[in-house]
Design a protein around this ligand. Structure first.
Ligand SMILES: Cc1ncc(COP(=O)(O)O)c(C=O)c1O
Length: 466
């Protein structure tokens, strides 16, 4: 990022391209499944799904001259973003206050085995939730529908729901039969989090457009992407030649350079394989240790995108009432113990409560005492780390009175640092497990080299900061 900022930090796609952009397009084409090899870059997840929506609409106009196809079908218990188009596709409570402004897009049943909307069990069902797409298409008229969008593994709106293994195969067949595009929203699941580069790979089907964001730049800079099938791109090329869309910061060289470095690290450090093995182990451990509790209804997910569903009554699966704020309470308690979870939520006609979403990459906070000593809750952190396999990678964010510089830590850990920015340290379990004293040592060394005390910013002025 710094290297690129010293060259070209910004150029607008209407006039220029750049080397990082070209290189990134090549790299992503090599990673994406099937003939998905055209890259459209924007600055975040909502922009990605919004762009895919418009791409689907324009695709049919380009292909057929005129087209009545414009509606996008999605599922309840889904999240696709907060802009009006993406919120229209979203199926959760974030829609509620904006309903009059939203596009009239249909929603089908969620692929939610723990609370099957059809009252079935996954091992003996007809995958009715996938067939619900056909029911909806027949009702709405496929001539008005441009695409279906779904998250391959659920995220914020459902706590890591994994659809039935045949779900996407059936959905693919229905989409082909009724001539509608299939959009894969991998904003949360993509770029390795579920143990494959794209979560959809586990379902053995190729979709038409992939939306990506988050993991693609690993948080270092704002970035979103739509990865399109060659055939879709060709229709645009042979038609008007332009996708009538665009944002000023779309395709900027800085974020492209960041994504290139991130993908390089994902590959060199085998981060995706790590998410697969560590995730499988962690899921098994969480199931074994948490499911016996009377308030834990389900533990699910894929790779390091895992969710724990909290219920009031395990036998009836009755959730806690919304007003109780259970997920928020649990989230706060866990933060005190150094574990950051994301409170996902469930939403349907009954408006259910929230479920916690434990999501990778595993990030633990260690808030050091004033003098750099270990906090009282450190033993809980070590307990959690003990659930991980011996070769697991995770990130410990050491927040203390001093910023501990990475090279200092590298010396202290004898080269066990995997990836890091200033106060993010990745190291392997063998090192940390034996190491209550080590952190003290690290801080001691950091002090000795006179690291500056980092002052927190005036967060009170930032809208959206808790
Ligand atoms: C599946 C999915 N799609 C879209 C979005 C929206 O992304 P952004 O917050 O970058 O606009 C999110 C964000 O959490 C998401 O999880």
């Amino acid at each position: 990022m710094v290297r690129q900022a010293g060259k070209v930090a910004f150029s607008h796609l209407s006039r220029w391209t750049s080397k990082p952009l070209q290189d990134l397009a090549d790299v992503v084409a090599g990673l994406a499944p099937g003939s998905l090899n055209k890259l459209y870059l924007i600055s975040g997840g909502s922009e990605a799904t919004e762009s895919a929506l418009k791409m689907a609409r324009q695709y049919y106009v380009e292909r057929d001259g005129q087209s009545s196809k414009y509606r996008i079908i999605s599922r309840w218990n889904s999240f696709h973003g907060n802009t009006l188009g993406s919120l229209s596709m979203t199926g959760d409570k974030r829609r509620k206050k904006y309903t009059p402004l939203l596009l009239n897009f249909p929603h089908i049943a969620p692929a939610y085995c723990y609370r099957c909307p059809f009252g079935k069990k996954p091992d003996c069902c007809e995958v009715d939730c996938a067939l619900d797409l056909e029911r909806c298409l027949k009702m709405e008229g496929p001539e008005y529908v441009a695409a279906f969008i779904g998250e391959p593994v659920g995220g914020a709106a459902c706590g890591a729901i994994v659809p039935h293994p045949d779900y996407y195969k059936i959905v693919r067949q229905i989409c082909d039969h009724y001539d509608i595009l299939l959009i894969d929203d991998e904003v949360m699941a993509g770029f390795g989090r579920t143990g494959s580069m794209f979560a959809i790979e586990a379902f053995g089907v190729v979709l038409d457009l992939i939306c990506a964001a988050k993991g693609m730049s690993a948080g270092y800079s704002p970035l979103g992407a739509v990865i399109a099938k060659e055939e879709i791109y060709e229709v645009f090329k042979n038609g008007s030649g332009v996708f009538v869309h665009g944002h000023t910061y779309g395709g900027n060289p800085l974020s492209a350079a960041v994504a290139l470095s991130v993908i390089d690290v994902l590959q060199k450090d085998k981060v995706v394989e790590n998410a697969r093995t560590v995730g499988a182990h962690l899921l098994a451990q969480l199931q074994e240790k948490l499911l016996p509790f009377p308030f834990v209804g389900d533990v699910r997910g894929k790779g390091l995108l895992l969710g724990v569903e909290i219920v009031k009554d395990k036998a009836t699966k009755e959730p806690y009432p919304v007003g109780k704020g259970m997920a928020e309470k649990i989230t706060q308690v866990l933060i005190k113990h150094g574990v950051i979870v994301y409170p996902g939520n469930l939403y349907n006609a009954l408006e259910l409560q929230k479920a916690g979403l434990l999501q990778g990459p595993l990030l633990f906070n260690l808030v050091l005492g004033v003098k750099g000593s270990l906090p009282a809750n450190a033993k809980n952190l070590f307990f959690l780390l003990d659930l991980l396999p011996a070769d697991a990678q995770w990130s410990v964010s050491v927040i203390g009175p001093q910023h501990v510089n990475l090279s200092t830590i590298a010396i202290a850990l004898g080269g066990h640092v995997r990836v890091g920015i200033e106060d993010n340290i990745y190291y392997s379990k063998g090192v940390l497990a034996t190491n209550v004293a080590l952190v003290d040592r690290i801080v001691g060394i950091a002090r000795a080299v006179g690291r500056e005390i980092a002052e927190p910013g005036d967060v009170g002025r930032i809208w959206g900061c808790a």
